[in-house]
Design a protein around this ligand. Structure first.
Ligand code: ATP
Length: 592
């Protein structure tokens, strides 16, 4: 449900936007506000200028006329340029801030909370309105300046003329009415609009395009697209007709007031109480009043819409800003003892029951640990807890006796390397996609090649047209797409970039590879981990469903419904003849 914002929240939003403008481009911000105010004054002064020319005291001549017009045009043009520069710079600054905030949060909880996701989604859709807030606020200031100067000039001629704006009030109210008509028609057109967008996307993306061709769906897609568009046009057409009727009625009321004002001034000129110049002044001002009153309504509405988006931005800032706080204790350079979990449970936000319960586990420094268990047993959740991507709901995780909750989370994550089954596909150059695993070595080709080798991914490289310089992703010029397994090998290579992490997490990173390759990879990693035992005390954690690989680990942890069913070496677990022995024998029998 949309929540109401308080006055102090609105004030904070406005201050944030003004600070943002100042930081984005202070010259453009000052110019935009100053020139808008100047433009408002010159517009009102135009009538005054006309009066003095008609009544004679002002003789500016042709040169003076040209200079005044040129100055007016320069002010208007300069103001527009400053506003659009300010809008662009603020938008970049804000998008950068959102990206920074969202990715700076060390845990994933906010990314999985539906309420926060809706907030983020709505912001992404409305974000463009944010760039309208400042220009609208500037316009609002300008309109206010113009209303005041216009009112002062009118009072000077005849205080009765102040009644004219009252005739413009129906037009102002009608602006609110018509914008409601358009908003409602927009809401009704949203569903066919989304459908039309979805149909275009389906035919344009490789996955959809394949099926559209094979099932010969082109004509059907076009028919559905046209039907959706007819609906959209009908909604918009009805709204436009209704709005036009209302606007006409409002204008007729104003025209009656306008005619009465002119008649009033003409009568005063006839009886010698006013000059012809004053009549010209009122004709100009009265014409501007309608534009001012109905225009300020429109600007006000756009400002409100922009402020709603700005409010969301401030809330996201609070939400993600708050989530970035973590402890400040350092991570030991070398793991001496290892990682311990004591009575750790984890329940996802909104989940009916915990995904992990009362986990007690020691991962000694320098060891290799395999985690096995059926789908949904809690393996990935355990991996993410170790990575500090979630905080345990209860219980503690300690790193060499230091509680993970008091360790600086970003430093801990700097000391981890990881590869996941649902890895990211970075559509960059191959070199960059791998080197992201250790930005300090982004330009170090020998390190990138070494990481590719340790990921058994050199075959991916040799098949690519430009080696490390190949652009990934077929949607980019000269870009190439890779198979699922090849993408996975690059993700593993990324994890291999950090030479001596404290923790190497491998969550089914080789599920798309054949069992033989996975076996060889884990064998190499186990040897490397043992070699690193003295230097870094690296703990290697592997999640896999393949028992031929898992058996190599020093410790195997068997998870069952979120609990540790048993743990120990392959030999010990086979001897104890529990769940592990049962699963191992089942898989071995299937391979025989
Ligand atoms: N983001 C989430 N929100 C809510 N529940 C989740 C979330 N992620 C996982 N779960 C639930 O937590 C439980 C453990 O999931 P987890 O991904 O850790 O299992 P897993 O052992 O890695 O499974 P798999 O072998 O299928 O990858 C499951 O019941 C799952 O439905």
């Amino acid at each position: 449900m949309p929540r109401r914002t308080s006055m102090s929240e609105n004030l904070r939003v406005i201050t944030t936007m003004l600070q943002m403008a100042w930081r984005a481009d202070r010259t453009a911000a000052v110019l935009a506000f100053a020139l808008a105010a100047l433009q408002a004054v010159t517009q009102s002064a135009y009538g005054l200028w006309l009066k003095f020319i008609v009544d004679g005291p002002l003789a500016i001549g042709a040169v003076g006329g040209v200079i005044s017009i040129a100055a007016t045009v320069a002010i208007a043009y300069g103001g527009q340029r400053a506003q659009s520069r300010l809008r662009d710079h603020t938008r970049y600054l804000m998008n950068g801030q959102i990206l920074n905030l969202v990715s700076a949060a060390p845990t994933l909880e906010l990314h999985e909370n539906p309420e926060h996701l809706n907030e983020l989604y709505a912001f992404q859709r409305e974000g463009y309105q944010l760039s309208q807030v400042l220009p609208r606020m500037i316009e609002l200031c300008a309109v206010t300046v113009q209303i005041i100067t216009t009112a002062v000039l009118m009072v000077l001629v005849d205080p009765l003329l102040l009644a004219l704006p009252l005739f413009a009030v129906p037009s102002l109210l009608i602006t609110f009415k018509t914008s409601r008509i358009f908003r409602e028609s927009g809401e009704r057109a949203a569903e066919p609009g989304r459908l039309a967008e979805h149909l275009v996307e389906l035919t344009a993306t490789p996955g959809g395009a394949k099926e559209v061709r094979l099932f010969r769906l082109q004509a059907e897609m076009l028919r559905r697209f046209q039907r959706a568009h007819q609906q959209i046009r009908r909604f918009h057409g009805q709204a436009q007709l209704q709005a036009a009727g209302w606007s006409l009625a409002g204008r007729l009321v104003f025209i009656a007031g306008y005619a009465a004002s002119i008649a009033l001034v003409v009568r005063r000129v006839a009886v010698g109480e006013a000059t012809i110049g004053e009549a010209a002044l009122i004709a100009v001002l009265a014409g501007q009043v309608l534009g001012l009153v109905s225009g300020s309504g429109e600007v006000l509405q756009l400002t409100i819409r922009g402020l709603v988006a700005a409010n969301r931005f401030v809330r996201l800032q609070d939400l993600f800003g708050h989530a970035t706080h973590s402890g400040d204790r350092p991570v030991p350079q070398r793991l001496e003892h290892g990682i311990s979990l004591r009575d750790v449970s984890y329940q996802y936000d909104g989940a009916a029951q915990p995904s992990l319960r009362n986990i007690d586990l020691d991962l000694p420094a320098g060891s290799t640990v395999a985690i096995v268990g059926e789908n949904g047993a809690g393996k990935s959740t355990l991996v993410k807890l170790l990575a500090g991507l979630y905080n345990p709901t209860t219980g503690t995780i300690t790193i060499d006796a230091e509680n993970l909750a008091s360790i600086d989370r970003t430093h801990w994550q700097d000391r981890i390397s990881a590869a996941f089954q649902d890895h990211a596909r970075f559509e960059l150059l191959v070199r960059e996609a791998v080197a992201l695993g250790d930005l300090e070595n982004a330009d170090n080709d020998p390190k990138v090649l070494d990481a590719l080798e340790r990921a058994a991914a050199t075959d991916v490289l040799t098949a690519l047209p430009r080696g490390l310089d190949t652009q990934l992703g077929s949607g980019w010029p000269a870009g190439v797409d890779l198979s699922g397994g090849q993408w996975q090998k690059l993700a593993i290579a990324r994890a291999m970039m950090r030479p001596a992490p404290a923790l190497l997490l491998l969550d089914e990173p080789s599920a798309a590879l054949d069992p033989e390759t996975e076996h060889q990879l884990f064998e190499a990693w186990t040897n490397a981990a043992h070699a690193l035992r003295e230097r870094a005390g690296t703990i290697t954690v592997l999640v896999s469903h393949r028992f031929s690989t898992v058996r190599m680990a020093d410790t195997i942890v068997v998870l069952h419904h979120g609990k540790i069913a048993e743990h120990g070496s392959h030999k010990d677990l086979l001897q104890s003849n529990g769940l592990y022995a049962e699963l191992f024998n089942l898989q071995a029998a299937a391979y025989r």
